[in-house]
Structure formats: structure tokens, C-alpha cells
Write a protein that binds this ligand. Structure first.
Ligand code: NAP
Length: 328
């Protein structure tokens, strides 16, 4: 059987990818975890566990030498951090160590980068972001993901595909959850007064793209991943409100207020060691007005047909939050 490894297996997307890999019965699946990683969503007895020292090049080399993987899905990384420098240390650092440790002759590498590596699309023309654009990441997170991408392109001598998902939502996710929770509490928040172009991808569609990226002969390519549609911020709120079945009060927050709050939370975070969903780096993402991207090449090369638009995905997500009692 084809042997695959998922780094970041304990996370939202990693655990969803493992569920999908197991459904096909084609793969021997290895979950790359740390000693203290949660196994809450990794309960299937077919899962093989491998403790990886992604932050230690020597140990990692030894751990990977014992196993031969046909594919490594590299998802381990930080989406929020206590200190901005942690993004580069983890997102770039772990990727570099992994690339240096893998045998490129036997392993295809699928790297989960992010739309943030490109930075927002043009906010005057409102054109879609394209892979051929010049990358201008506007966050420490985005710069760390871009640096990791560049390291792979320059140094990995085997087959690889780099995926740049836009906002990923679905069961188990905790950041978009805060938005659904706010709507459920009858508040419909808007950041800034200028319309926002948003894109989304439901987690199950994204993990199917990850699997296709491995299964097809495509190599050396970078793709944005979304559900192929652009949603205005008002449409996103409206869909969420409808699915939750609640009335809401629209509240528009000026961006400078959001910026002050995020700077304040950064200070509190530094003093207390707590991590907040809103911080200066996240502010830069939320303040940007255009997160639309072109996925025509992804559809063509990987035969990608998104199965979930936002309404269908939010319905499934909210049903899960309710089943798990995250929402009433
Ligand atoms: N969620 C999104 O909207 C989105 C969008 C675009 C791209 N992505 C990318 O997708 C990947 C997965 O994201 P996610 O949303 O699933 O995040 P997540 O739920 O926070 O999971 C992150 C995973 O990375 C692991 N990890 C973090 N720091 C590590 C370290 N120092 N050493 C080893 N493992 C470490 C975590 O392991 P522990 O459990 O041990 O901490 C966890 O398994 C990330 O690379 C992210 O940049 C996410």
C-alpha cells in the first residue's frame, strides 16, 4: 500500500486529511505528531503514529530514515503566534528541516502554504490574485510561508506541489467559529466601511485537493485553493445568519479601532503568555479588502471540482458545532 505521512496531524486540517485518506483504503497512514500533541481527532485504530522532531535536524533525519514514505503532506505550522519571530522559526524552520531530511527520490512533498504568502490581491482594481503575480505578503505569517515555499522550490530536488488555501473552515475549526458564535449572539460585525472580497474553502474540499496533488503526476507547481467563488463580507454574514437562523444587529467597527484593540491584545498576550485570535498580524489580514484568487489552473491540472459552496459548507459546519455543543 502507498505509505503517506501527515505532519501537523493533530490539527484541524491535518486530522481532516487523515480521515479522508483512511476512507479510500488505499493508504497506510502515518500521523506525524509531537509527544504532547492532542489525539482527540486521531482515534481511528488504522492510524500509525510517528513522533517527529521537526525542530531538530539530526533527530528528524534519524526518525525519517527508518521509514520510507511515498508522500509527505507537510501541514505542521503556526497560524497564530505569541511573538512574530515564531512564525519564521516554525513555519520556515520546520519546512527547511523537513526538506533537508527527506529523500527526494522516493517522496513526493505536498506543502500546505497559504494565500497569505502572496498577500492581498489588488485593492483598487479588485482583480483576483494569481500565482504569476509578484508576492507581497503583508504579515509575518505570510512572509514565513513564502520563505518556506521558496526553500522548497530552490532546494527540494524531487516532486512537490505547493498549495495556497484561502480561509479554511469546517468542523473542528476554532477561529471562524468565533464569527459564527458572534452571529449566533445576534451581532453581525463588519471591520471597516469599504466592502471586502472574501474567499473560502471547506476543509473536505481542501483535503481532496491535497490528495489529488499527490495522486496526479503534477509537480513543481503552486496553486491557490478556494471554492471558486468570491463572497462579499455582507454575503458571508448573511449566509451565516440564515444558516444559524437568528436575527442580528449590524455593527461596523472603524479599522483604526480594530487596530488599537489588536495592539492592546498583543501587549496582553506578551505579558500573560496568552494567544488571542485577534492580533496585529491577523489585523493586517482582516483589514485587507481583496482576498479573491484565481483557481482555473487548479481546476484544469487536478480536475478539481469543489463540492461545497459557502452555504453548503456552513450548514455542515454549524451542524457539527451544534452536535458537539459548541453552539446552542
Ligand atoms: N486554517 C486555515 O484557514 C489555513 C489557511 C491556509 C493555510 N493553512 C495552513 O494549514 C496548516 C494547518 O493549519 P490548521 O488550521 O490545521 O492549524 P492547527 O489546527 O493550528 O494545527 C497546526 C498543527 O501544526 C502542529 N505544530 C505547530 N507547531 C509545531 C511545532 N513547533 N512542531 C511540530 N508541529 C507543530 C500542531 O501540533 P500540536 O498539536 O502538537 O501543537 C498541529 O498539529 C498550517 O501550515 C497553516 O499555515 C491553514
Amino acid at each position: 500500500m502507498t505509505k503517506v505521512l501527515v505532519t501537523g496531524a493533530s490539527g484541524f486540517i491535518g486530522s481532516t486529511l487523515i480521515d479522508s485518506l483512511l476512507k479510500t483504503d488505499k493508504y497506510t497512514v502515518y500521523a506525524g505528531v509531537r509527544k504532547n500533541s492532542s489525539r482527540k481527532y486521531l482515534q481511528d485504530e488504522r492510524i500509525n503514529f510517528i513522533t517527529l522532531s521537526l525542530d531538530n535536524p539530526q533527530l528528524l533525519h534519524e526518525e525519517l530514515e527508518k521509514e520510507r514514505f511515498d508522500c509527505v503532506f507537510h501541514l505542521a505550522g503556526l497560524t497564530k503566534a505569541k511573538r512574530l519571530e515564531d512564525f519564521e522559526r516554525i513555519n520556515f524552520g520546520l519546512t527547511k528541516n523537513l526538506v533537508d531530511a527527506l529523500n527526494p527520490d522516493e517522496t513526493k512533498l505536498i506543502y500546505l502554504s497559504s494565500f497569505a504568502a502572496h498577500g492581498p490581491a489588488d485593492e483598487t482594481t479588485f482583480e483576483k490574485a494569481r500565482v504569476t503575480d509578484e508576492n507581497k505578503p503583508n504579515t509575518a505569517y505570510g512572509r514565513s510561508k513564502l520563505k518556506a515555499e521558496e526553500y522548497i522550490r530552490d532546494n527540494f530536488k524531487g516532486r512537490y506541489v505547493i498549495l495556497r488555501p484561502t480561509g479554511v473552515y469546517g468542523p473542528r475549526e476554532t477561529d471562524y467559529f468565533l464569527f459564527f458564535q458572534t452571529i449566533d449572539n445576534h451581532i453581525e460585525p463588519y471591520l471597516g466601511f469599504v466592502r471586502q472580497h472574501l474567499t473560502f474553502v471547506y476543509c473536505e474540499d481542501l483535503v481532496q485537493v491535497c490528495i489529488s496533488a499527490f495522486e496526479t503526476p503534477v509537480t513543481g507547481k503552486t496553486y491557490f485553493v478556494s471554492d471558486g467563488r468570491m463572497y462579499l463580507d455582507s454575503e458571508y454574514a448573511e449566509i451565516s445568519r440564515q444558516v444559524l437562523g437568528v436575527w442580528t444587529l449590524k455593527l461596523k467597527f472603524p479599522l483604526f479601532v480594530v487596530k488599537w484593540v489588536s495592539m492592546f491584545l498583543d501587549c496582553v498576550g506578551r505579558l500573560t503568555g496568552r494567544q488571542f485570535t485577534l492580533n496585529r498580524d491577523k489585523y493586517a489580514i482582516m483589514a485587507a479588502r481583496n482576498w479573491d484568487c484565481d483557481i482555473e489552473d487548479l481546476k484544469r491540472d487536478l480536475n478539481y471540482v469543489p463540492q461545497y459552496d459557502l452555504k453548503k459548507g456552513v450548514e455542515k459546519t454549524v451542524a457539527w458545532y451544534r452536535k458537539e455543543k459548541w453552539l446552542r
